[in-house]
Design a protein around this ligand. Structure first.
Ligand SMILES: CC(C)(COP(=O)(O)OP(=O)(O)OC[C@H]1O[C@@H](n2cnc3c(N)ncnc32)[C@H](O)[C@@H]1OP(=O)(O)O)[C@@H](O)C(=O)NCCC(=O)NCCS
Length: 428
């Protein structure tokens, strides 16, 4: 017999058998629970979607209790050690690791789309000299929809693949231009002889040399960080990507919205917030007083806690190892000692232990980015580049899914009942 949940409505005495599939009941099955014929039917109240599955997905699996993260079944630790970002992006998008021939073609296709339309440069020139690069990034990604009007054909599979190539290839160029704009340096065109991350470093940091040579340790470290950030199932920005995409808007507009969601300090802005927090703490001696403030509720330990992980975030563990390799090249980030002390105290403290708050991906990533020479306000942009692969995979999956429709949550109305308009001279 199939698994069912039996609900007895005390108002009517009626019994309902609700099927359970994959540990889930369908919210629409609750609708038939009605006290009277004019009753709308039972709904669930789930602010912030803490216990609601909005889709079935084959892309990313997380076990938050055990600290497991898999992309298409492959453990994040193995991908971080053996794969590259472009190969992982292919896996996330197309369900399988590419053959050698597929990977070569994919890499070539991406490389051929790295250039930006010259009008985009003019658009970026219009931003204030000190504009936040994430603001420039999300605006410019959205503006691409005005250049690629063919992107509106979201039900055309080949068309979707073309937009996916364009977006993955162009987001590093947009990010680098945003950075160069914010520091008043000329834009650097892509160098297609270099790897995905090598070229990105070139567009960011090239000065007058004829050919930029990325440091191989930093190039690989950035690639590993990109692998770790490529997807994370139904987080805030991915839900926005799916939500906007569900209205059949083009992927550039949807991705601009997803990037906007990522911008917030509780999401992709957290690594930026971690660095600001470490700077504010200043010295190891101030760590206990800061922890006291956090426990008192007047501050948050940024880079700690996660909606899904209730144990050590597996990405944070990998990032900690990557940090050691980067610091060998760049020198040790002076904030590392403060971060290690915060982690040491927090992992022993009852406040954090009882709430199951552990370091998340953002706790150490900012330290690496800073040591590599990135200014703090580039951090969320560095998150957005690899997450573009995940957003697009989720968008593509959503469009193929016959269960999906335009996203439209319900509400519980708690405002005033119907009442007559009060003329202005009669208001109290
Ligand atoms: C990620 C985050 C938004 C998840 O939030 P959430 O699932 O809604 O969890 P809650 O805010 O309900 O937190 C549960 C409890 O832990 C506390 N808590 C959560 N994160 C905390 C943090 N970073 N520092 C201090 N306390 C924290 C909350 O105050 C709450 O305590 P309470 O039960 O006494 O009220 C949250 O942990 C956070 O703000 N972390 C810092 C920002 C960050 O690093 N974000 C990056 C995520 S990858």
């Amino acid at each position: 017999m199939a698994d069912t949940l039996t609900i007895i409505d005390n108002r009517t005495g009626q019994q309902y058998d609700i099927p359970i599939e994959q540990g889930t009941i369908r919210a629409m099955d609750l609708r038939k629970i009605r006290a009277s014929p004019d009753d709308f039917g039972l709904m669930t109240y789930d602010p912030a979607f803490q216990n609601t599955a909005a889709c079935r997905s084959r892309i990313t699996f997380i076990d938050g209790d055990k600290g497991i993260l898999l992309y298409r079944g492959y453990p994040i630790e193995q991908l971080a050690e053996q794969s590259t970002f472009l190969e992982t992006a292919y896996l996330i998008l197309f369900d399988e690791l590419p053959t050698k021939a597929q990977l070569d073609q994919w890499t070539l296709d991406i490389t051929l789309h790295t250039m930006l339309h010259e009008n985009i440069k003019k658009l970026m020139d219009g931003f204030q000299y000190d504009a936040h690069p994430m603001g420039i990034f999300l605006t410019t990604v959205g503006a691409l929809s005005t250049i690629y009007s063919d992107a509106k054909r979201v039900h055309d599979e080949d068309g979707r693949r073309l937009q996916i190539l364009r977006l993955i290839a162009k987001v590093p160029s947009i990010a680098a231009y945003a950075y160069r704009h914010s520091i008043g340096r000329p834009y650097i065109y892509p160098d297609n002889d270099l790897s995905f991350t090598g070229n990105f470093l070139n567009m960011l940091f090239k000065m007058t040399e004829l050919k930029y040579q990325p440091n191989p340790v930093l190039e690989r470290a950035l690639d590993v960080l990109f692998i770790l950030h490529a997807d994370h199932e139904q987080n805030c920005s991915t839900s926005v990507m799916r939500g906007i995409g569900s209205s059949q808007a083009d992927p550039y507009s949807a991705l601009a919205g997803a990037a906007a969601a990522l911008y917030g300090p509780l999401h992709g802005g957290a690594n930026e917030a971690v660095l600001r927090m470490l700077k504010e703490i200043g010295t190891i001696a101030n760590v206990p007083a800061f922890i006291k403030k956090v426990k008192g509720g007047s501050d948050r330990l940024m880079g700690f806690g996660h909606r899904v992980y209730k144990s050590y975030d597996p990405r944070a563990r990998i990032i900690k190892q990557t940090a050691d390799q980067v610091f060998e090249v760049t020198g040790r980030n002076p904030y590392l000692d403060i971060a290690l002390e915060l982690e040491r105290i927090a992992l022993e403290d009852e406040y954090f232990v009882s709430r199951r708050l552990y370091p998340n991906v953002d706790f150490y990533s900012g330290l690496i980015y800073q040591a590599m020479g990135f200014p703090v306000d580039m951090f969320p942009v560095l998150f957005a580049i690899p997450r573009t692969a995940g957003w697009l995979a989720q968008w593509d999956e959503m469009l193929r899914d016959p269960d999906q429709k335009i996203a439209r949550p319900r509400q519980i109305y708690i405002g005033a009942g119907a009442r007559d308009y009060v003329p202005r001279d009669k208001r109290g």
